[in-house]
Design a binder for this molecule. Structure first.
Ligand code: BTN
Length: 266
């Protein structure tokens, strides 16, 4: 396994905040856990935790996140956003766009996003984003957020029957070896730009929406309150998904999972 060369990344990184500092550990339960500890100890916005391996990597909705040692870019970024909690989805938008652009830049493969948090290449999931945030004591502001990104770089899914058909890795899609260092550098640089825009009140939801899978199509949305079918017609400025129901009404979906409508048993 080739270890992540963070000295090389640090020497080339053109950011003011993101990835300053870069914190590395070969093996962690989850990069989210260490980043959360750093947050409570007062580490600054932009601190980024990286690992080769996670023993308890996690995804959204209580799912686990698996990657073999050294096969993925595993990153958690500490943010202290000056945004109201109602705007927390801006963090996903900025991270998703940054990751998509970084992958396209480094690997020249087209990246789509599955609302709200997944990175897709040619119909398969190549990465995901997990935001874990803490509110200020009065509940009116975000104290901090830990934004985790996992991107499969050289993961071999051949012996992973449950994942083989639905997941992919950048080296397969690009058709050539992909270095995590260049990907990390570009990701942090793009992220700083999109996050800065969100903080400045210039959200990138239109650009984000242009990458979303199944917009304009019939979808099945599974939400914590139940499932519904309708046409995905767009996203709100805040990043909520807009679904037009057969009766013409548009529902605003804040949380859930989307599937093409023909898929009946997600
Ligand atoms: C998802 O697809 O549900 C989100 C996956 C997020 C995985 C990343 S890997 C780095 C960070 N540490 C974790 O435990 N999870 C995130």
């Amino acid at each position: 396994m080739k270890q992540l060369d963070l000295i090389a990344v640090a020497s080339r990184l053109q950011t003011k905040v993101m990835g300053r500092p870069l914190v590395y550990a070969p093996r962690l339960t989850s990069t989210q856990d260490l980043a959360a500890r750093l947050a409570t100890r007062g580490w600054p916005e932009g601190a980024a935790v990286l690992a080769e391996e996670q023993t308890a990597g996690r995804g959204r909705q209580g799912r686990s996140w698996w990657a073999p040692p050294g096969g993925a870019l595993l990153l958690s970024l500490l943010l202290r956003p000056t945004l109201p909690p109602s705007q927390a989805q801006q963090l996903v938008i900025a991270a998703g766009l940054a990751a998509a652009e970084a992958i396209e830049d480094v690997c020249a493969v087209p990246v789509e996003l599955k609302w709200p948090n997944d990175l897709y290449v040619r119909g398969r999931k190549v990465g995901g984003i997990l935001v874990e945030s803490r509110l200020s004591p009065d509940g009116r502001a975000l104290d901090h957020a830990i934004v985790g990104i996992g991107i499969n770089v050289t993961v071999d899914f051949a012996n992973q029957p449950a994942l083989q058909a639905i997941a992919t890795s950048l080296h397969v899609e690009a058709g050539h070896p992909v270095e995590r260092e260049g990907l990390l550098q570009t990701l942090l640089e793009r992220w700083e730009a999109h996050y800065g825009a969100a903080l400045a009140g210039k959200p990138c939801h239109v650009e984000w929406a242009s990458r979303l899978l199944w917009l304009g199509e019939q979808v099945l949305v599974v939400t914590p309150e139940g499932s519904l079918v309708g046409t995905a017609v767009g996203v709100s400025k805040e990043g909520a998904l807009l679904i037009r129901r057969p009766n013409g009404e548009v529902e605003i979906i804040w949380a859930g999972e989307v599937f093409p409508a023909e898929r009946e048993n997600p």
